[in-house]
Every structure is written in structure tokens, then in C-alpha cells.
Design a protein around this ligand. Sequence first.
Ligand code: ATP
Length: 209
Amino acid sequence: MLDDVSLSLHAGEAMLLTGPNGAGKSTLLRVLAGLRRPDGGALLWDGVPIAEDRTAHATRVAYLGHQDALKPSLSVVENLHLFARAGGGDMTAALKAVDLLPLADLPARLLSAGQKRRAALARVLLAQAPLWLLDEPSLGLDANAIVLLGEAIARHRAGGGVVIATTHVPLPLEDVRHLALPGAPDPADRWWDEESSALSPSDHEGASA
Ligand SMILES: Nc1ncnc2c1ncn2[C@@H]1O[C@H](COP(=O)(O)OP(=O)(O)OP(=O)(O)O)[C@@H](O)[C@H]1O
């Protein structure tokens, strides 16, 4: 059960949500996305409750769930067009950012699991939304794609964007905050460095979250 959770982020900040399976990380992301109403408490954007205008909140959020939600018969680029907002982001740049340009015309059903995840990430880039809510974004990604993910997040933050991501593994992010949901492992087992908040995959040797 998710209870007594409080967090606040400013432009350019990032937060990782950690905790064991079932701790409520995905539930919290869905609440932050406005996809699920909390039983209590409030979610504010610039001091205004999102409940006052849920449509406006939806335009602020790019949400990446566990499912990549691609239409199998459509090509990568057709899938991305489905979600690109009018006057939205640069399709070629989004495909390049996740190294999918060579596969742009391939039907989504022929993509590998990691390639599908890259396509779902390209959709986040295209949304041009200030708030990225990413549920285990590195799921299925190879080492190179995880580097690209880190770079995309850094660019988003440099432009004033905010990122909140769940993860069970370290992500290559600088100056990231952590929120460990109750039931998280003993602090001695934490793979992040409380002092520097900087992470690298090599920090993760033998740890679990
Ligand atoms: N729609 C739902 N109805 C009832 N219970 C739910 C629903 N969705 C999630 N739960 C429960 O809420 C708890 C938190 O689930 P959640 O998916 O948020 O966990 P999580 O921390 O993201 O886990 P994981 O690390 O496995 O992804 C779990 O016990 C889960 O069974």
C-alpha cells in the first residue's frame, strides 16, 4: 500500500523511485500522471491542483509504462506519428536519439524487445512534455541504449524538463534524487551514493533494489 508519500521537484530535476516489487512505484507514477486518483492528498503543478484541469495535466506528461503499446502492423515511424502531437517534436531526431533510424520503416511486430522499448522512448521524446514519468525505462535495453537513455534524460533536464523514473538498476544520471518506498532493502545494500547521487552501472555490482 502506498501511504504518506511526499515529493516535490523543480525544473531540471530528476528523481528515481526505488523499492521492492509491489512497493507501489508504478502506482505512484500513475498517480503523478493523473491516470489514477489518490485516495487522499493532492498533486500540484506550479502550486495548482491538477484536479482543477486534468486535460492540461495530460499535456504536461509523457508517460512510459511497462507495456510499449506499439501497434504491431504499423511501422516504427507510423507508430510514432500516432502519438506525436500537432506541431510536435522532430521525428528524425527522436529516432536518432534511440538509434532506431535504420529500422524506422520496419513493422513493430518485427522489433526485438529492446528495439520496442527504444521506440516507446522515442515516443516520450516526441511528446515534448515537461514531465517525463518513466516506469523502468531501461527494461530490455542493451548497454548502448542505456547510455542513450541517460543522454536523452540529461538533454531533457538541461531544457528545464523534469524526470521521475522507477528502476531496479542504476541508470547513468547525474545529480539525481532518490525516493526509496517503504520496504526497500537495508540502506547498506543501496547501490546509489547518498553523497554524490551520481550513478554508474559499475556501482551496482552484486546489489539489488
Ligand atoms: N489496479 C490494481 N488493483 C489492485 N491492486 C493493484 C492494482 N495495481 C497494483 N496493485 C497492487 O498495488 C501494489 C503496488 O503495485 P505496483 O505495480 O505499484 O508496484 P511496483 O513497486 O511498481 O512493483 P514492481 O517493482 O514489481 O514493478 C501491489 O501489491 C499490486 O498488487
